[in-house]
Every structure is written in structure tokens, then in C-alpha cells.
Design a protein around this ligand. Structure first.
Ligand SMILES: NC(=O)c1ccc[n+]([C@@H]2O[C@H](COP(=O)([O-])OP(=O)(O)OC[C@H]3O[C@@H](n4cnc5c(N)ncnc54)[C@H](OP(=O)(O)O)[C@@H]3O)[C@@H](O)[C@H]2O)c1
Length: 324
């Protein structure tokens, strides 16, 4: 098999399309012939060496879709020959090894590219809103970076739950697209004051749930926009990690919640089963739609990383893996 290997962290030039050993599944693992792989912001940090706790070498990629080629003896989620989408490290490759609980059947009629856009962003947004943030019908929810892969999934999940949703982005073109997917209100956080706009939009009430992903640049304005008893759910720090805010949040009983689907003790026992039973059905009946911005050949991984840095994308950038 071949895959995008990083032996030494650094710039885009450190990514090498390398020959690698074929995967052999352990008893709870699944080997997949990869057809498409989703690109994530986190991979640009992984390649650069600024992703917390990661050592090299690594094969890039965190999710994808394809056909099951081998399974371990305890696997119950799929069988050889099944078309699946999945979450798993090393997906920017011709083959990938995943845990059985991360294999999801590719919905009828979906392309492999759609499947590759339904993993990490959706699991993260599901964990954030369904498990950690506890979003309820009628809640006022702000989603930072609404055009991101996680943000476009969070928008659809929050709307399906009956929430009122305001999204933020740095560019008006991305905000306009979010309207097409059901956002109730939008804020360009580069040109508008987030706290003032939230208070105008909610008649002075504020937010019940704040999905925080940018960090340093916008954290204090999001926290100041929260309603009493509001829940801030932090899952990213694209714009920097060092944040200053006033502890007067205690007087408003605001809850600061943080999460990582990699390390959460609730992810496998709670997020995966509810995603499998509830979210998969909403994918099948067309309520949930993975959003694809661009499909590139897997050979164009450098361009994919450039696009993440340029920040014009709405939804997922996909790498298609040719089948020969
Ligand atoms: N906690 C978890 O378990 C978990 C799992 C998956 C992803 N995440 C996090 O979720 C966030 C979104 O990930 P994604 O893969 O969906 O991202 P993505 O599709 O690549 O979008 C990232 C967006 O973040 C915004 N952004 C703000 N400051 C930025 C900066 N300095 N550099 C790059 N982008 C910046 C940009 O939108 P605007 O320009 O419109 O602001 C950008 O388009 C990331 O923070 C990621 O680390 C967390």
C-alpha cells in the first residue's frame, strides 16, 4: 500500500507518498481499501508538529470511505466487501486500519466522496451538541466557523434539534452559503461586534450554547454573549490557545465545557451508539447532508493543505484515491 507519510514535522514538503506495510487487522479492527479521504484542519497541525501530544512518524488522514478488505474475528459492524465510511488515522492512503466501532455503512446512493465527508466533522459536532452541550429544542446556539467541516455539520444537527442558530465566519461569501443550509442569523466576526450582534438578535437574552473553535481571537466575545446558565462547548483553537476572560461568568452561572473526541470517556459508549442509531437514519433519509467543497486527487495533498490555510472552503475538502 501507499500513503502520505510524515517522518519529520515541517512544511508541506515533508509529506511523502511512501510505500508502507499492508494493514493486518487485530480482532477488533477492520482493514479498508480507501476510495476517498477527508481533509481536516487538525492535519495541518499534525504535519507541522504543533498538534498536542503527537509523535512522528505519522501517516496523514483522519477519516474516509471505501470497501472492507479484511476484518478481525470479533468485528460485528461490517463484513468483507461492505462499502463503509469511517473515522481512523492514516486515511490519506490506499489502505487504512480502523477500530470496528468506527465503521459505518455507506448510505444507499451515496458516493465515496460523500462518505468521506461524514466522519470526523459530524462525529465532533454530534459529540459537542448532543452529548456535551446538551442542545435542546428552542436553544439559541452560536456556531463559530460555521463554514468549517465541523461547523456545517453542527448547523444541520442544531437545526434538526429545533434550535435557533447563529453562525460566524470571516468572509461574507461563506455566511451567505450558511443561510442556504438553514442558519437563522450570521455574523462576520472580522467586521462586526459579536456580543453586540448576539444581544440584538436575541433581544438581550444571549446564547444557551456556544460552540467555540477559534479560541484566542474570539473567546471573550463568545463568553460575554452567553445567557445565564449558558453552556460554552470548546472543541478547537484554530486562532490561538491563550485566552483572557472575566470570571464574572460565575454570577451568570455559565458553564465552560471542553472536549476532544480522541480522549473523551463518553465518546465510545455514548456518542458512537447514538450516532449509529440516530444520525445514520438522518443521513439515510436526507435530513443530514455532508457538504463537499472540493474534490482533489490524493496526489494533490499539498494543495489541500494550502486550501485549509486560505480558509475559503465551505464544508469538506476531499482527496479521491484512484482505484487501479
Ligand atoms: N475537539 C475535537 O475532538 C475536534 C475534532 C475535530 C475537529 N476539531 C476542531 O474543529 C475545528 C474545525 O475543524 P475542521 O477540520 O472542521 O476545520 P476546517 O473545515 O478546515 O475549517 C476551519 C475554519 O476555522 C476558521 N479559522 C479561524 N482561525 C483560523 C486560523 N488561524 N487558521 C485556519 N482556520 C481558522 C476558518 O473559518 P473562518 O475564516 O470563517 O473563521 C477556517 O475555515 C478545528 O479547531 C479543529 O481542531 C476538534
Amino acid at each position: 500500500m501507499k500513503g502520505w507519510l510524515v517522518e519529520e514535522f515541517g512544511g508541506p514538503e515533508v509529506m511523502q507518498w511512501a510505500e508502507l506495510p499492508d494493514p493486518v487487522p487485530a480482532s477488533d479492527e477492520v482493514a479498508v481499501d480507501v476510495h476517498a479521504s477527508g481533509v481536516n484542519f487538525a492535519e495541518t497541525r499534525m504535519r507541522a508538529g504543533t498538534y498536542t501530544g503527537l509523535a512522528s512518524p505519522i501517516v496523514l488522514g483522519l477519516e474516509g470511505s471505501g470497501v472492507v478488505s479484511a476484518i478481525g474475528d470479533k468485528v460485528t459492524t461490517c463484513k468483507v466487501g461492505d462499502k463503509i465510511f469511517f473515522r481512523g488515522r492514516g486515511s490519506h492512503a490506499t489502505k487504512c486500519l480502523i477500530k470496528d466501532y468506527h465503521a459505518f455503512p455507506l448510505p444507499e446512493g451515496w458516493t465515496f466522496e460523500q462518505g468521506a465527508a461524514a466522519g470526523v466533522g459530524w462525529l465532533t459536532a454530534w459529540h459537542a451538541l448532543h452529548i456535551v452541550g446538551g442542545a435542546k429544542p428552542g436553544d439559541k446556539v452560536l456556531i463559530e466557523a460555521i463554514a468549517s467541516s465541523v461547523g456545517t455539520a453542527a448547523l444541520q444537527i442544531a437545526k434538526a434539534k429545533g434550535c435557533w442558530v447563529v453562525g460566524t465566519a470571516s468572509q461574507d461569501e461563506k455566511l451567505a452559503k450558511a443561510t442556504e443550509y438553514g442558519a437563522d442569523a450570521l455574523i462576520n466576526y472580522k467586521t462586526e461586534n459579536v456580543q453586540e450582534r448576539v444581544m440584538e438578535l436575541t433581544d438581550g437574552y444571549g446564547l444557551d450554547v456556544g460552540c467555540m473553535t477559534i479560541g484566542e481571537e474570539t473567546a471573550s466575545s463568545l463568553i460575554e454573549s452567553m445567557a445565564p446558565e449558558g453552556r460554552v462547548c470548546m472543541y478547537g483553537s484554530t486562532g490561538g490557545r491563550m485566552v483572557t476572560f472575566s470570571l464574572n461568568i460565575g454570577a451568570r452561572n455559565i458553564q465552560l465545557l471542553s472536549m476532544s473526541i480522541d480522549t473523551s470517556a463518553r465518546y465510545v459508549p455514548e456518542t458512537i451508539p447514538s450516532f449509529r442509531t440516530e444520525a445514520l437514519e438522518l443521513f439515510r433519509n436526507g435530513t443530514f447532508k455532508p457538504i463537499i467543497d472540493t474534490i482533489l486527487p490524493v496526489s494533490d495533498v499539498v494543495r489541500a493543505h494550502e486550501m485549509v490555510g486560505e480558509r475559503h472552503h465551505f464544508g469538506k475538502i476531499i482527496l479521491a484515491v484512484p482505484q487501479d
